[in-house]
Design a protein around this ligand. Structure first.
Ligand SMILES: [Cu+2]
Length: 161
């Protein structure tokens, strides 16, 4: 792992972050024909922007007004070469991130992706998006549907909404 990334993350509040080397990527290809869901909505999306080569993180709320559980399988954005789903866990005073898949949103429920928990890891930006600009992210579910969101780019020192 790049020392610059560690330094950038340490400067975010003292917590020691460790991004696992993702050795076993199984990237779900975003289905091009996915229809926009009428029951799965993403709102409140924002991005904590970090200078390259550090990845930025996306946070948002998924609401499921449907009658069955749904799983978020992947996300994609034209602004980033790769978007992964991550979960931050805390153990022995350390924070670390690992890749996750199939994040369940319960029927008639919601799930918040927020600092210290689930987030979208936004890697390989094609161009660094300006603070205050909007970045489009698509979210793909096991129902074969997608949800779209516009995410506001916020500065690196943003801790929450
Ligand atoms: Cu992460």
């Amino acid at each position: 792992m790049n020392k610059l990334i560690v330094a950038a993350m340490l400067s975010l509040g003292g917590a020691a972050f460790s991004c696992f080397a993702h050795g076993t990527h199984q990237h779900t290809q975003a289905p091009a024909d996915a229809e926009v869901s009428s029951t799965l909505k993403v709102s409140g999306c924002w991005i904590r922007s970090l200078p390259a080569p550090a990845p930025s993180a996306g946070y948002f709320i998924i609401e499921n007004s449907g009658k069955t559980d749904a799983k978020l399988q992947s996300a994609a954005s034209a602004t980033y070469g790769m978007v992964m789903l991550h979960q931050t866990t805390h153990k022995d005073g350390m924070s670390r991130m690992s890749e996750t898949h199939d994040v369940a949103i319960p029927a008639q429920g919601r799930l918040e992706f927020k600092p210290g928990g689930y987030h979208a890891m936004l890697e390989q930006p094609h161009a660094a998006p300006a603070i205050g600009s909007q970045v489009a992210i698509d979210f793909f579910f096991d129902t074969g549907e997608k949800a779209m969101a516009q995410c506001e780019v916020k500065p690196a020192n943003t801790q929450a909404h």
